[in-house]
Design a binder for this molecule. Structure first.
Ligand code: FDA
Length: 322
């Protein structure tokens, strides 16, 4: 049985500077010994359970159904990143084709597909990645499904934009995540195809301070500015954050503007702020939850732990219970 983090624990640790702890947590987590310990132990799996509903597509679909019963859509992501061989990239492609087929076969569920380009061969080349992505885009289009492209660390942004532009030209419903913590993102936004779907996130990776806008306050301000610009430019915007203050700002701007409201959806991660997910859906806003599944959950888990130092308390409490 997995322990839940009491809300009080979140608030008491909120004062700790995430800008100090986050890089430290990510650095420690990337140590091979720490990864070995976490992925081989029952504790690691138990903590991952909070953020990853299972290792199989069937488990992800069961979680999707539960959310669907509460009026919440889902975005399925087969976990994996930085594949090192063509064989692995092909396996990832097959996993996505199976995901598309399953989503097409369950029309009662509201499903979007979300991919990471480094799991489809971006480290090998843009061309290899496009060759793996295109069959997924075509299968999704044929079933009326949307494919979103996650944004990974800054070293991939240019190549991700290249692949996205080609993907959007082939399948115009394709969307892209953009990160408010990067200084370059406002320029990138202006370079995107007009009206394309974007997912606005703060950004989850360990980045050099020279290329990010600053601490939490600056990242939040950048988030709001990007939202306003994207709305003015006619983009369809997925407001992907659990930040209640930012969500409230968005709701205020949408108030009384039906056209803008029709272009915005709130998105959150599986296992994070379920209360907010249900609350927004209950108020009639479109809400979608990102559901990652698969065996390669460790890098995803480290980012979730680093976002919220209180999650380490959760990890420690599970360790004590085993
Ligand atoms: P912030 O970190 O300020 O948190 C606000 C509040 O949310 C916290 O006070 C806490 O209550 C809650 N919270 C946030 N994270 C939590 C956690 N891990 N555990 C428990 N509570 C937490 N990033 C990226 O670089 N590329 C991408 O493609 C994506 N894709 C993506 C899709 C979707 C649907 C979401 C919601 C997020 C992403 N992200 C992402 C991650 C994103 O960049 C960011 O790291 C997380 O959303 C956390 O930041 P918040 O915006 O929630 O704000």
């Amino acid at each position: 049985m997995t322990a839940r983090i009491p809300d009080a624990a979140y608030t008491s640790i909120v004062g700790l500077s995430s800008s100090v702890l986050r890089p430290a947590i990510l650095k420690v987590a990337h140590h091979p010994w720490v990864e070995h310990l976490a992925t081989r132990s029952r504790v690691g799996r138990a903590v991952a359970d909070r953020f990853v509903p299972g290792e199989t597509l069937a488990e992800a679909l069961a979680a999707a159904r539960e959310l669907g019963d509460g009026g919440i859509g889902v975005m399925l992501n087969h976990l994996g990143e930085n594949v090192t061989t063509q064989r692995e990239a092909l396996d990832e492609r097959e996993a996505y084709l199976a995901e598309v087929a399953a989503a097409a076969g369950t029309p009662d569920l509201d499903v979007v597909i979300s991919v990471k380009l480094t799991q489809l061969g971006l480290d090998e080349s843009v061309d290899a990645c496009r060759a793996n992505l295109e069959p997924v885009l075509d299968a999704a289009s044929a079933s009326g499904l949307t494919v979103m492209i996650d944004m990974e660390d800054h070293t991939y942004v240019d190549r991700t934009l290249d692949v996205f532009r080609a993907a959007h030209a082939r399948s115009p419903s394709t969307g892209l995540a953009i990160q408010s913590y990067l200084r370059r993102t406002p320029d990138d936004l202006f370079s995107l195809p007009s009206g394309c779907r974007i997912r606005l996130v703060k950004g989850a990776y360990l980045e050099p301070s020279s290329i990010v806008v600053g601490g939490k306050r600056e990242v939040d301000r950048a988030y709001t500015r990007l939202f306003v610009t994207a709305l003015d430019r006619g983009h369809r915007i997925d407001v992907a954050t659990h930040d209640e203050r930012l969500q409230a700002g968005v709701r205020e701007r949408l108030d009384g503007n039906e056209e803008a409201r029709s272009r915005v959806e709130f998105q959150m991660l599986y296992g994070v702020r379920r209360d907010l997910q249900a609350q927004l859906a209950g108020q009639g806003y479109p809400v979608r939850v990102y559901i990652p599944y698969g065996t390669e959950w460790y890098p995803y888990l480290t980012r979730r732990l680093a976002e919220r130092p209180a999650n380490l308390w959760f990890f420690a409490s599970n360790l004590v219970r085993t």
